[in-house]
Design a protein around this ligand. Sequence first.
Ligand code: SAM
Ligand code: MD0
Ligand code: SF4
Length: 363
Amino acid sequence: MIGKMDYMELDRLAQKIIKGQKLTDDDLRQLLSLTEEEDIQKLHYIAGKVRDHFFGNRVFLYSFVYFSTYCKNNCAFCYYNRCNDIQRYRLDMKEIHSICRALKNENIHMVDLTMGEDPYFHSEPQRFVEIVRTVKEETGLPIMISPGVMDDRTLSRLYESGADFLALYQETHDKELYAKLRVGQSFEERLHAREFAKKVGFFVEDGILTGVGNDIESTIKSLRGMQKNEPDMVRVMTFVPQEGTPLAQVDQESSLSELKIISILRLMFPDRLIPASLDLEGIDGMVHRLNAGANVVTSIIPSDSSLEGVVNYDRELEERDRDPKSVIERLKSIGMEPASQADFNKIIDNNSIRSSKAPVVML
Ligand code: SAM
Ligand code: MD0
Ligand code: SF4
């Protein structure tokens, strides 16, 4: 399809996507099969045009707060799964207060409060509700929660306490693969939590992994699965093998497949939020992901923080280099800049990203 197109034709294709043209499964198959560097660059080019139409050169920044690394689950891909014999931490209220003070000066649009499925919070969800309320009151910032699967009543209370986004990644919408990744966890309950959260008023993020045994057909299943639930934010992350886990010995794929899928996500979800995570390849990787069509930088962690990431590309490095200042400097060097808080709040206040009739246009 795009291999033979010149740049005028690519521009026309971008315009069609902007006006609502949808990709067929055959289109997805062809795009996922691209291997030539030049063709992949063309795919990134179209995705960049579509992103620029809806968001211009403005990028949203999310600060990542992994406040408890305890977990009762056993995900085969995850460093924090309950069987891994690692050092864990859980922040207390005093530490949460001190993080709130730091967050206020951080130049970020949203705080992402993430935890493992820590029994301390999951058996008494009120404890988590208190954290959300505190962070909201003290920072006044929009809040994303990434707590794993929580019941309907808790989700409602979290929303009422100030949480705006729920991030809950299915990892794959291919049930067979899911069973191998999220070992012992219900596929349907995870789906339900996102569906219910959306009904309550949350903005919802879904996501998939690549490089975990997903072939092209399985990836198409996942892309269509994500589409069905109309998420407000969609992500793909390359699986990074973690020491001490069942998948530790799997070879890590290059980021090429992730970059292709980011562009495809942009074509399938033209006006949605798509992140470039710093957790995988740091700030250099962020640039590639933005060039592929992403419009949010996630996993920002202040340089003096001892909080962990999820994949932690920088576990062995001395300098973390994923603080807001470094991110903004690099954005500027590639002709991009942080959006204003008002731009981000507009998404939340108008619920405009939800309504396909009124996409967010910020040019
Ligand atoms: N415990 C909660 C949950 O699982 O929903 C919150 C943590 S969740 C935000 C962690 C996410 O990071 C996973 O859903 C997965 O997509 C990603 N992740 C975890 N381990 C990873 C790995 N080794 N490589 C790539 N992504 C990984
Ligand atoms: C990231 N480490 O964006 C974060 C995390 C959770 N909502 C996000 C996976 O890479
Ligand atoms: Fe626990 Fe989340 Fe890791 Fe799964 S991905 S083991 S639920 S922290």
